[in-house]
Design a protein around this ligand. Sequence first.
Ligand code: PEP
Ligand code: CO
Length: 453
Amino acid sequence: MSTAELFDDAWSPSGWRSRPAGQQPDWPDPTALEEVGATLRALPPLVFAGEARTLTESLAAAQDGRAFLLLAGDCAESFHQFSADAIRDKLRVILQMSVVLTYGSGVPTVKVGRMAGQFTKPRSSPTEVRDGVELPSFRGDTINDFAFDELARRPDPTRLVRAYHQSAATMNLLRAFAKGGFADLARVHAWNQEFVASSPEGRRYDVLAAEIERALRFMEACGIDLQGELALHQVDVWTAHEALLLEYEEALTRRDSITGDWYDCSAHLLWAGERTNEPQGAHVEFLAGVHNPVGVKIGPSAGPDDVVALCERLNPQRHPGRLVLFSRMGADRVSEALPPLLRAVAMSGHPVLWACDPMHGNTFVHASGYKTRRFDDVLRELRGFFAACEAADVSAGGVHVELTGDDVTECLGGSEEVLDEHLERRYETICDPRLNARQSLDLAFEVAALLRR
Ligand code: PEP
Ligand code: CO
């Protein structure tokens, strides 16, 4: 399909500028921001339009139960915590979770990293007060620094260029790992890191990995040429982030030389967050015109009409795989808030991939001051989501989680329980609390069981 058929011809990458945009910083020097836009426009795209189209096809499969989406990574990537090991360990957890999900469900896992561009954060308040000092809130490393001092918190547009280069380096390593042997299924045991392997879910994973190895040996013994089966040796890992800082997204939006269509080449999939998802707002206006697959976070305050309006706005041609709706209701509200939305979208006939973000509706501030989530609430929301989808006869098509490959103590609970008093041990996130590698694997087993049902 051409641009003219699929989208409004009048759309332009800068059209969002005439709409209200929430969650933007107060840039002290708008000219400097414009200069950075010009710098970014001259830099190469990070992804190729053809890749975004392939992802759209995979999401279309997930929409009708022939695949399952796993979108996972940091709440916010960081300039300071940037290392090859951290990227490798995150990918390792994603690969482990994918094996568990695919083995349990019998369908392929579409792997998407909240990586290589997930830097900018919406905040509940524009300022932060500590000991009587009020400073601008930290909005992600693309904008200002986490450190609580006046200079660090000043929005600095040169950070956009640094984010671009870190994204390029991250993307490069992800591609190398995905295609260069690290993701080879023959290494299924090696993805189990030591501190994970000793836990109950790590042992459970080892049993599963041994079964997979036995199956591979069996196939080989039957005369199947496993060496020649590319799918056993390489994977696709796609990237995604919240399209919040629209100057950055606009600058990386390019016309595809093959189709002539616009693609946001900063990532394969972009989404609008819960605080910037108004159908008439700037963020949705921007996403409406790019041909990447796009997502929207849907919270408990969204009504059926809002959600159908978003579908109309973002996917008027009703293209399968184009639109993902991430339900993030909270464990206590999902059973009552989600069913009317599922019904309304089904009634409208819009093809949508429904996925569950079981994290963002379950965040609270612990008495110790740490922002955290209970692993049990995360699982409870997942169960509520699956039950609501089943009752509405809609495919539960994916999960969206915040995780890290490290042994952090940011979310409470899990089988090797993170207790209230453990939070301070390894609380390293610069934004929302993430599942550690064990909790992530635990969650994958839980989702696999839900998918089998
Ligand atoms: C996030 O994904 O980090 C986030 C801010 O989510 P939401 O928009 O759903 O609150
Ligand atoms: Co978050």
